[in-house]
Write a protein that binds this ligand. Structure first.
Ligand SMILES: [Zn+2]
Length: 324
């Protein structure tokens, strides 16, 4: 996925809305022209109607006798009724000559009283959802499709629990985390060997939190940080902003990115910014121990990162190799 920031998404949504407006207006114009050709008597009709309406309004404003105002209004309504009758006789639906806007609130302008219309915000949300969908097998990654039976019912040494029992706890925790999500939620560090369902549960959370209307960004660490590295000297680059601004950031497969000093400093800055803004982040990683993390990153990064997270340990056997 190419992460996009709010500004970019809003720009695209406004372009979509403008396209809708143009289509609605063009279609109405085409029908109006067709109607005029077929019913020449309609030429200048709208101006006459408008003039009649204006005359009635003037009379009312100038304090003319009520009877005069009433007659003027009736004249305007009569013109309207005659126009509709002419159109119907010629086989036109009068309503079809008005632009049929997708959004009645903003008439497909994207703004109501100078503020973004709810239809634009809905489109932005839809585009985010699509971006997340494209980045992972989200259709498969719901809580419902997570199968605990794939985890062995055998005890895990040192844990005092079976793998399945541990994973049931993890599953429960993630489900509650998503069900009761607010920006007060803690960050999570989902760790364990490959193929134990970390990405599945992270995406299941992402999907549910998105449905609640939050701005969720999902990125794989590998793609995200190669974009960050590419954008090093590119003022147009938005990947860091997108990751820093998301209300919930899912940084998948931490540890697979190519580390350079620049990437390392960006990771610290990302973790630190999100901790300071109190925005939750979900990391998934195959790196399980502090020592391994510190070997890869610096102690400064690791303590900042883990200090803000609840750690959830995934155990079992590679479930991707089962039941295929
Ligand atoms: Zn609207």
């Amino acid at each position: 996925m190419q992460p996009m920031n709010n500004e970019e998404l809003t720009r695209r949504a406004l372009a979509l809305v403008a396209g809708r407006r143009q289509r609605a207006v063009t279609l109405a114009q085409q029908r109006t022209e067709a109607a005029l050709q077929q019913v020449p008597a309609l030429a200048g009709w709208e101006q006459r109607q408008a003039a009649a309406g204006l005359a009635a309004a003037r009379l009312a404003a100038s304090g003319a006798p009520e009877e005069q105002v009433r007659q003027a209004l009736a004249r305007a309504r009569q013109l309207e009724a005659q126009r509709e009758a002419l159109l119907r006789d010629a086989g036109f639906d009068p309503a079809g000559l008005q632009p049929a806007y997708t959004c009645g609130r903003c008439r497909d302008t994207g703004y109501v009283n100078g503020r973004l219309c709810s239809c634009v915000r809905a489109l932005v949300q839809e585009m985010r959802q699509r971006a997340v969908n494209e980045s992972g097998p989200l259709a498969l990654s719901s809580f419902d499709s997570f199968d605990l039976n794939k985890y062995p019912d055998t005890s895990v040494p040192g844990l005092g629990l079976t793998a399945r029992a541990q994973m049931e706890r993890v599953y429960r925790y993630c489900k509650d985390y998503a069900d009761q999500f607010t920006l007060e939620n803690p960050s999570l560090y989902l760790c364990g060997y490959a193929g134990l369902g970390k990405t599945h549960l992270a995406l299941a959370i992402a999907r549910q939190v998105l449905e609640k209307g939050y701005n969720v960004v999902y990125v794989s660490a590998q793609n995200a940080f190669s974009a960050v590295e590419r954008e090093h000297f590119d003022p147009e680059g938005r990947t860091m902003d997108t990751m820093q601004d998301a209300q919930l950031l899912i940084l998948d497969d931490l540890g697979t990115e190519y580390i350079t000093p620049y990437v390392s400093s960006c990771l610290y800055s990302l973790v630190n910014t999100r901790v300071c803004r109190r925005l939750p982040t979900i990391y998934t990683s195959n790196i399980v121990t502090d020592a391994d993390l510190q070997r890869r990153y610096t102690e400064k990064i690791v303590s900042r990162l883990l200090g803000s997270c609840e750690m959830l340990f995934f155990v079992g056997e590679d479930i991707r190799l089962q039941g295929k």
